[in-house]
Design a protein around this ligand. Structure first.
Ligand SMILES: [Fe+2]
Ligand SMILES: [Fe+2]
Length: 260
């Protein structure tokens, strides 16, 4: 697994961990994001149980394990947070933040541990990393794709973690870390968004909230990070989608919508 610093401001930095050439080919590739602020850590979408050993090995090159103060789950999927019991084995003091809808479900991953969980209210909240001055904003992303879903925004660097929004399924030879121009990237995102995003209204609401934040990076849990012109292009493309439609003829209709 590789890691790169993607944003920095004062004593706060964002690190992406992923692009593991040795991962089990059966598992979908994921990006894990670590925020380190004043030597304290918050891990965003820590990942599946399958990749835990390699995330752990790469993470500890940047931060001691006992400095991980917060585990954040954008939603409940196994590729997001099934590694929870392993993190809690090594660091039982870490606090897990997720939508209030999912605390009782994610606790099923705890395997007997006393998971310290905070349910984020639907309207979002500020999350402070203990021992640091960092304040992250949990931005509502409900139904994008999960019914209780949050993005994380860091005002100090303009970095937005978007979870599954903006996700792309990359062939290994196109696994660039950044997207600067969306044109060739849309084909890698379209199928995922049309099938996994259930609500056009919710997706457009998220786009409006994100436009108001004016992020300088948008960081999805799968695929490449959006920067520069690709940010506005991504938001425009998401705004143009009509998602959450499926019937026997849906795949062809969906293709036409994307092309248009
Ligand atoms: Fe998901
Ligand atoms: Fe995902």
């Amino acid at each position: 697994m590789k890691s790169s610093v993607i944003a920095e401001s004062g004593k706060l930095r964002w690190i992406v961990l992923g692009r593991d050439p040795d991962r089990n080919p059966q598992v979908i590739d994921t990006n894990q994001y670590l925020i380190v602020a004043d030597g304290q850590g918050m891990l965003l979408d820590p990942g599946g149980i399958e990749i835990f050993p390699r995330v752990l090995a790469e993470l500890t090159r940047h931060l001691a394990l006992d400095r991980i103060r917060i585990l954040f789950a954008s939603h409940q999927d196994p590729d997001i947070i099934s590694s929870l019991p392993l993190w809690l084995d090594l660091n039982p003091e870490a606090v897990t933040y997720c939508s209030r809808l999912w605390t009782g479900f994610i606790a099923h991953f705890a395997t007997g541990k006393d998971a310290r969980m905070v349910g984020i209210p639907d309207s979002g909240m500020r999350i402070g990393i203990p021992g640091s001055s960092a304040q992250l904003l949990a931005v509502p992303a409900h139904y994008c794709h999960s019914s209780g879903n949050f993005s994380i925004y860091d005002e100090s660097t303009g970095t937005l973690f978007s979870g599954d929004i903006g996700a792309a399924l990359l062939p290994d030879h196109e696994a660039g870390l950044y997207v600067d121009d969306l044109r060739d990237h849309i084909a890698l995102m379209a199928g995922f968004h049309l099938r996994w995003m259930p609500s056009t209204v919710a997706l457009r609401g998220w786009v409006a909230r994100v436009r108001a934040l004016s992020p300088t990076l948008i960081c999805p849990q799968h695929g490449s990070i959006f920067r520069g012109a690709a940010i506005a292009q991504l938001l425009d493309w998401l705004d143009s989608l009509e998602v959450g439609q499926w019937d026997d003829g849906a795949p062809a209709a969906a293709g036409k919508r994307v092309a248009a």
